[in-house]
Design a protein around this ligand. Structure first.
Ligand code: SF4
Ligand code: SF4
Length: 135
């Protein structure tokens, strides 16, 4: 089962890598991330995955999406924010000192934090070692 999981993650990471090349070198985002991770682990405590409020309220969609994400990324569902449209997870791979116990195979959502969007200024957690700067 672990081999199947890792093969799927390889495809997800390849897709993520191509998407990030596009954002960095071709269709550039307004903001870029500078600085360095302080390894505080705050961003691993509550992982917010965006969905629409309608998707969050749909029992079939939310059950299938939650089970899939819990299995593929070793996350655990904490809550579903149906108002704002977020699935909120914790991670089974976070070590007691806050660092990542699965660094090589960590999911794209972890690799992309802080997320640089095309339309919004990146949101950073208090005390994060990264900064968002205009290009
Ligand atoms: S896989 Fe690692 S980086 Fe990602 S949420 Fe879990 S502990 Fe954090
Ligand atoms: S909140 Fe920022 S500094 Fe802390 S672990 Fe996450 S990315 Fe690193």
């Amino acid at each position: 089962m672990i081999i199947i999981k890792r093969a799927i993650i390889c495809f997800i990471l390849l897709d993520n890598w191509l998407h990030n090349i596009l954002k960095k070198y071709i269709l550039k985002t307004r903001y870029k991330i500078t600085g360095k991770c302080r390894m505080c682990g705050n961003c691993c405590k509550e992982i917010l995955l965006c969905a629409t409020p309608a998707q969050c309220r749909n029992i079939l969609f939310s059950t299938v999406a939650t089970k899939w994400i819990e299995w593929i990324f070793d996350f655990t569902l904490l809550k579903i924010d149906t108002k704002e449209g977020y699935f909120v997870f914790s991670c089974k791979k976070q070590l007691p000192d806050g660092t990542c116990g699965n660094y090589f195979w960590r999911p794209s959502v972890c690799r992309n934090f802080p997320l640089v969007d095309y339309f919004k200024e990146p949101v950073l957690l208090p005390g994060c070692g990264f900064k968002a700067e205009l290009r």
